[in-house]
Every structure is written in C-alpha cells, then in structure tokens.
Design a protein around this ligand. Structure first.
Ligand SMILES: Cc1cc2nc3c(=O)[nH]c(=O)nc-3n(C[C@H](O)[C@H](O)[C@H](O)COP(=O)(O)OP(=O)(O)OC[C@H]3O[C@@H](n4cnc5c(N)ncnc54)[C@H](O)[C@@H]3O)c2cc1C
Length: 317
C-alpha cells in the first residue's frame, strides 16, 4: 500500500473517497495536505472500477479527473441523445501521420467523470457479428493462415514496427505481434466485428478489425502536463489488417446485393461510392481515407516487461 501526500492543482475536479464517504468536488482544497492510501488519475471506466474495489476494502482513495461532472447533461444521461462524434465531454485528441503532420480527423475520448463511457452508447443495441479468419476467407483461409504463420513475416513486421517508432525493440515487437497472431491462428478468435444498424431509410454495417497487427505510438511532446501527447495511430499500416478490411467490406456489400434483400434494398452500392466491379486497391483507398479507431481501447498502457517497452506490469504497477 502506498501513501501519498496530495497537493492539488487548482481547477482539477476531485472525487475523494474516504472510508466513510464519497465526496465529488471541484474544490482541490479538500485534498490539500491530506494523505491517501491510493491516488488514481482519470475517472474513466478503469479508474473508477479500481477506485471502487479499493474503497470497498476500506482504503482511502483519491481520484483526480481532468474533466467536469457531466452527469447533469442529457447528452450523457440519455443514450438516444448522443451524437457521433460526441460534442460534449470529448478530448478530441489531435491525430498525426507517420511524418508528424497533424491530420484533419481527431480521436474521440471522454473527458468527464465516467470517461469515455459518458460519450459512448453504453450498450450496443444493434446486432453484432464476430468473424474469424475461416469465416472471412472461407476456402481462401488456408493461404491467409500460411502467410501469417510464416516466420519471415513476423521478422519483417517486427522490423517495421521498430523502424516506425511503434515498438522499442525487435523482441518487444515480436512478443506483441506473436501474441496477436497466436490468438488469430491457434485460438481462431474473431478478427473483425460487424455491426448491423437499421435506420428509417438505410441499413448500415460499420465494421472494424479486432486483432490489428498495425501498431501506432504515443509520445509526450512537452514537459507541460496540459499539452496533449503526439498520437500517431498508424491505422491499417499492416498488410494483414488491410486484407481484413477489404475482405470484410466486400463480404458486407455482397450481403446487401443478395436476393434476400431484393425487395428491401434499392441500392446496395450507395456508400462507399464504389461499384460492383471495384478493385481491392479502390476498396483499400476508401478505407485508408475514412478509417477511424473503434474507440474500444481500455487502460491503454502497454503491459509488458519494461525492457520490451512495457509501461505497467501484470499487476498494473
Ligand atoms: C465515442 C465513443 C463511443 C464508445 N461507445 C461504446 C459503446 O457503445 N459500447 C462500449 O462497450 N464501449 C464504447 N466505447 C468504449 C469505452 O467507453 C472505453 O473502452 C472505456 O471507457 C475505456 O476506459 P478507460 O478507463 O481506459 O478510459 P476512459 O473511460 O476514456 O477514461 C479515462 C479518463 O481519464 C481522464 N484523464 C485523461 N488524462 C487525464 C489527466 N491528465 N488528468 C486527469 N484525468 C485525466 C479522462 O478525462 C477520462 O475521464 C466508446 C468510446 C468512445 C470514445
């Protein structure tokens, strides 16, 4: 158990949890000069779950959150009122490409008590399908499996991650990649998530890879704690992720042009604006232009030995 003396910064909202009571306040003075068993930075899903467990064991716990208490706001209270991207409680982190240029898209992430659960849909209402490598490629799956299992491909992937700054060394890169590849090949876990949404005049199927081999990086850009980090997601930089994206997009469009939808769907090729004969390169171009993160990352600090680029150990220390 650690003990910390707190000197709170003005303007930061605190949720101080003592053995006897939970206090939510934007008055930092409540913590000044006090000792807490645990201090947690960030009142999101991870921070609040850990704080809840600790305070249930009678540890005095302080949670420091950068954003406000948004629970009064209807955009947080009612899932139906949510907009995408969220207009309230959103950090809108800037996003950078591999050359360090700021991109037009930003990254949505919650900035209030509750973190990103305050600007997500809380529970997915629509139908979700999870598909593995066999289901996406069917008869073509064996060649995809063989290519992914090829040791030289692991070597070149690891090298690419290190050269791009997404991994600190080859051993660390291989450990992360190998873990993902094993889940895809040996456990046959789903590699894409497909959501079915129906609206008054359209049927939509957003989708995203679940086991990406593309890796990005985040670097602190300034000693000023209020400056945002440089976030370079490097979405779809690995060829396997590109193939997953193209194959899933094609399968979904074939679905809408299926006879079963004949009387319901007027135009199976309305969006993206690519016709029935579009090439893989055209699909990939569209994906690369429009790709966003699915926002489902959690506790986003690498859990690995420090020598391999880890930030926290298996006990989150
Ligand atoms: C737009 C959007 C839609 C989503 N929709 C869904 C959905 O429908 N279903 C689903 O299951 N999941 C959804 N998610 C994902 C889910 O909300 C996240 O995976 C989850 O909340 C992540 O938890 P976390 O604790 O790691 O981070 P977060 O919940 O993001 O919490 C991090 C907290 O830390 C705070 N913080 C950051 N920096 C500092 C600092 N320097 N000082 C103090 N505080 C700081 C932030 O303000 C934030 O409150 C969605 C996410 C987003 C962004």
């Amino acid at each position: 158990m650690r003990t910390a003396l707190i000197t709170a910064l003005p303007g930061i909202l605190l949720a101080a949890n003592t053995v006897s009571a939970t206090v939510v306040t934007d008055q930092p003075a409540i913590a000044n000069g006090n000792f807490f068993d645990y201090v947690i930075v960030g009142a999101g899903l991870s921070g609040l779950v850990v704080a809840n467990k600790l305070s249930a064991q009678n540890h005095s716990t302080l949670v420091i959150e950068a954003g406000p208490d948004g629970s009064w706001n209807n955009l947080v209270r009612y899932a139906d009122d949510l907009t995408y991207p969220p207009v309230f409680c959103n950090w809108n982190y800037p996003r950078y490409d591999d050359n360090g240029h700021r991109m037009s898209q930003t990254i949505s992430a919650g900035r209030c008590i509750g973190g990103s659960t305050s600007n997500g849909r809380h529970i997915f209402g629509p139908e979700i399908s999870l598909v593995n490598i066999d289901q996406i490629w069917q008869t073509g799956a064996s060649s995809m499996v063989a290519a992914l299992a090829e040791p030289s491909s692991l070597e070149s992937r690891a090298q690419a991650l290190v050269s791009s700054g997404a991994a600190v060394n080859i051993e660390g890169a291989k450990m992360i990649l190998n873990t993902t590849i094993e889940l895809i090949l040996e456990n046959r876990l789903p590699i894409a998530e497909v959501v079915a949404e129906s609206y008054a005049t359209s049927l939509n199927t957003p989708f995203w890879p679940l086991m990406p081999l593309s890796r990005g990086h985040i670097h602190i850009a300034s000693s000023d704690p209020f400056q945002t980090a440089i976030i370079t997601p490097r979405f779809l930089t690995d060829t396997f992720d590109q193939q997953v994206g193209v194959a899933t997009a094609r399968r979904l469009r074939n679905l809408f042009s299926n006879k079963a939808f004949e009387d319901i769907v007027e135009n199976a090729y309305q969006y993206p604006p690519l016709g029935p004969n579009a090439t893989d390169a055209e699909y990939l171009g569209w994906l690369q232009e429009t790709v966003l993160g699915a926002s489902h990352w959690i506790g986003a600090t690498a859990m690995l030995p420090r020598a391999l680029g880890g930030v926290v150990d298996a006990r989150l220390r």
